[in-house]
Design a protein around this ligand. Structure first.
Ligand code: ATP
Ligand code: MG
Length: 332
């Protein structure tokens, strides 16, 4: 029986952080044993907000190292770079004819980026969800393991795919956002102002490459308040986030103890942060060291990229033949 296809991507815009890991990469590692997986370093997407490409190559190599370090295995999944697969760009072109200015302008991530970079509102930024739809549909993927911030984009992918199917003929299955967790994950930044991110909020984001002291320092500065004033209070979202992080890296006993302290109004956030920092260091240090070793092995990374490219292109080409036939641009 054919396994279900899976696609997800990550932008080479900077250092990988805990949000990327818990929102996406952790699921990727689990899925590679169960599904037909395609994971992609989406370098074209980074050009929408990072037009300066001086750091791009180094970022791609480091990101590949990080993906291998968390456990992606090029023998079990197809790990490739987006720009190595020009078939994606052709599908993007067809889908662009089926996507409308109004719906693209309403996209939450577009509105955010316009606010952040009013000087660079380019057409690529506007059509980001169309390129992302092409990334997914080019492999006819049905599951897309992503964090909460990507939910709207996946819905748009379904809209574009469905429009294509209705306009031409049934080529694409409808993809769904996926997580092994109960719901899609969003790791907030430690200052409580938004999500952890590669390109914003850097002192309030924990990067897999951060050294032990930097991790401790960032957690020490995490936003807290003077504590609950009545038993079993509802946690403010920045406190909930600290507990959420603790659940991810500390033992269940530890989390239960601090939960009880919170519910009894005796919690000392200083102690909680110290404990969280130590558990976080223990969790992150081995990944960091592995990633460094992988990234230093240029030849290995190049080999992985080459193998991924060939497999990804074969899959993409098969879909593109169906697409051309459906559109009617198959002349000989
Ligand atoms: P950038 O700021 O450059 O867009 P990013 O941190 O948003 O970087 P992406 O490459 O856009 O990272 O996203 C890669 C994957 O990580 C996506 O599946 C996205 O949903 C997930 N992700 C990103 N940030 C978080 C977060 N804070 N919590 C959970 N998942 C996240
Ligand atoms: Mg992003």
């Amino acid at each position: 029986m054919n396994k279900e296809k899976v696609l997800s991507g990550i932008r080479p815009t900077g250092f990988v952080h805990l949000g990327n890991y818990f929102g996406a990469m952790r699921n990727w590692v689990l899925m590679q044993d169960e599904y037909d997986c395609f994971f992609c370093v989406v370098d074209w997407h980074s050009l929408t907000t990072h037009p300066d490409t001086k750091e791009l190559k180094a970022n791609v190599y480091r990101l590949m190292g990080e993906l291998l370090a968390v456990g992606l295995d090029p023998e079990k999944c197809v790990l490739y770079v987006q720009s190595d697969v020009p078939e994606i760009a052709e599908l993007y072109l067809y889908l662009n004819m089926l996507s409308y200015k109004g719906e693209l302008e309403k996209t939450a991530t577009f509105k955010d980026k316009v606010r952040q970079h009013p000087e660079n509102v380019n057409a690529g930024l506007l059509t980001y969800p169309v390129l992302q739809a092409a990334d997914i549909l080019i492999h006819r993927a049905v599951k897309v393991p992503v964090g909460k911030d990507q939910e709207q984009h996946i819905e748009m992918t379904r809209n574009f795919g469905d429009r294509f199917n209705k306009r031409y003929s049934e080529v694409f299955p409808m993809p769904q956002a996926f997580s092994y967790d109960k719901s899609l994950v969003k790791i907030m930044s430690l200052d409580g102002t938004g999500k952890m991110s590669k390109s914003a909020n850097q002192m309030a984001t924990l990067y897999l490459a951060d050294d032990d002291d930097l991790i401790r320092n960032k957690i020490k500065k995490a936003k807290t308040d003077s504590g609950p004033t009545e038993p079993n209070a509802v946690k403010p979202d920045f406190i909930e986030n600290l507990f959420g992080l603790m659940k991810l890296v500390s033992t269940p006993d530890t989390t239960t103890r601090f939960e009880a302290d919170f519910n009894n109004c005796v919690i000392r956030y200083g102690d909680m942060k110290k404990q969280l920092a130590e558990d976080m260091v223990n969790f992150m240090a081995p990944i960091r060291e592995k990633a460094k070793a992988f990234a230093a092995d240029r030849e290995l990374i190049k080999k992985v990229i080459g193998i991924g490219r060939d497999k990804a292109r074969a899959s993409a080409d098969a879909t593109l033949q169906l697409v051309r036939k459906a559109v009617g641009v198959d002349y000989i």
